[in-house]
Write a protein that binds this ligand. Structure first.
Ligand code: ADP
Ligand code: MG
Ligand code: MG
Length: 345
């Protein structure tokens, strides 16, 4: 039976008004969405499915369609987005999940907010950043990560979540240049009541290029939730480096590069990565001009403290978020002073 939706409410209003799960939309409404969607264009080809820009009730949305063989990922990602209190400015806004079709032909949908600028990886290909953009991007990712990592206690609390596949292709850029974290297909939850790590039912691991050394050499303690958060911080350190590489410093900027670009092939094997990251202990190179710029000096220290070989020595997402917030305040204060000096007789 078709569910009648209120005619004059926009999508975002509906989400705001309805209570309930992480999605915000009541399940019955979710169930009818797939039928009402028109795909407009293909915007991303992941390894496990395709992402489309689509129209739903007059608004742009993104639709991720999973391969039927990827049902476990679809279930996992849906379940993660349904987590109570997950909604946050810096986490991709989930709208609904649905199955379309019957029998041998089924499509698994995950519908979310659409972001015109695409992934941070794509954005950095086309755009260079000033210090403002750099800080805004970095701080917003740290905020999203810190929200994921933090457990909220109470009867309707939120579990701590580790992402396990942090990389610039899994971060989206919003209109105002702040970012949100996407692709929760590999995330794990931590249930503090039972002190258990709720491992995703599929055994797949994150992207090899961004894998922390302890995952590569298999020394990670799989039963410790902190270990997964520390793993995220290593990958986030690599993202910080990618962001800084595209930031104009003393009039100069580098071409876009991915971490370990010249050291491993384009689809590196586990062994390739293990050799570079664990055996040779190599990390991305810091351009010398960063040493002469006060903001870049802080950024350099941050990324290095994120990609430390010792997981326990890495910064937490909350620490990084706070440091970047301070740096932003200092930048604003300096600009005000410069403005004042410029109008003095
Ligand atoms: P996969 O699990 O297959 O990697 P992702 O969720 O990471 O799928 O999406 C793949 C790509 O599709 C992203 O890297 C990004 O370029 C694009 N994409 C995904 N979701 C959106 C969205 N909501 N808005 C705009 N582009 C998106
Ligand atoms: Mg992805
Ligand atoms: Mg994925």
């Amino acid at each position: 039976k078709e569910v009648i939706l209120p005619q004059d409410e926009t999508l975002s209003e509906m989400i705001e008004h309805s209570s309930g799960s992480g999605s915000g939309l009541p399940l019955l409404v979710q169930r009818t969405i797939a039928k009402q969607i028109q795909l407009t264009k293909s915007i991303g080809k992941g390894r496990y499915g395709d992402v489309y820009k689509a129209k739903w009730r007059g608004e742009n949305v993104a639709v991720k369609i999973f391969l039927t063989t990827e049902e476990a990922s679809w279930i996992r990602e849906t379940e993660l987005y349904q987590t109570v209190l997950l909604r946050h400015d810096n986490i991709l806004g989930f709208i609904a999940s649905d199955i379309k079709g019957t029998g041998s032909w089924t499509q698994l949908f995950l519908i979310s907010d659409y972001h015109e600028n695409g992934s941070l990886y794509d954005y950095l290909t086309e755009t260079t950043l000033d210090h403002h953009d750099m800080l805004r991007i970095a701080h917003s990712i740290a905020s999203g990560l810190s929200h994921l990592h933090t457990e909220i206690f109470g009867t309707r609390g939120k579990p701590a979540i580790a992402h396990r596949d942090i990389k610039t292709k899994n971060i989206l850029v919003k209109k105002d240049c702040s970012c949100c974290i996407a692709d929760l297909g590999l995330a794990v939850k931590y249930i503090s009541e039972t002190n258990e790590v709720d491992i995703a039912p599929n055994t797949r691991q994150g992207t090899k290029r961004y894998m922390p050394p302890e995952v590569l050499d298999e020394s990670i303690n799989r039963f410790s939730f902190d270990a997964y958060k520390q793993g995220d911080m290593y990958s986030f350190g690599l993202c910080l480096w990618e962001i800084c590489k595209r930031t104009i410093v003393s009039g100069a900027v580098d071409e876009q590069t991915i971490p370990y670009q010249d050291l491993v092939p384009s689809d590196p094997s586990f062994e390739d990565m293990k050799d570079v990251v664990c055996a040779q202990k190599i990390r991305p190179t810091i351009p010398t001009r960063w040493h002469r710029d006060d903001y870049m000096k802080v950024m350099t220290k941050l990324m290095m403290e994120c990609w430390s070989a010792n997981p326990a020595a890495r910064l937490t997402s909350l620490r990084v978020k706070k440091t970047l917030a301070k740096l932003g305040e200092i930048m604003e204060a300096c600009e005000k002073i410069a403005k004042l000096q410029s109008i003095q007789p």
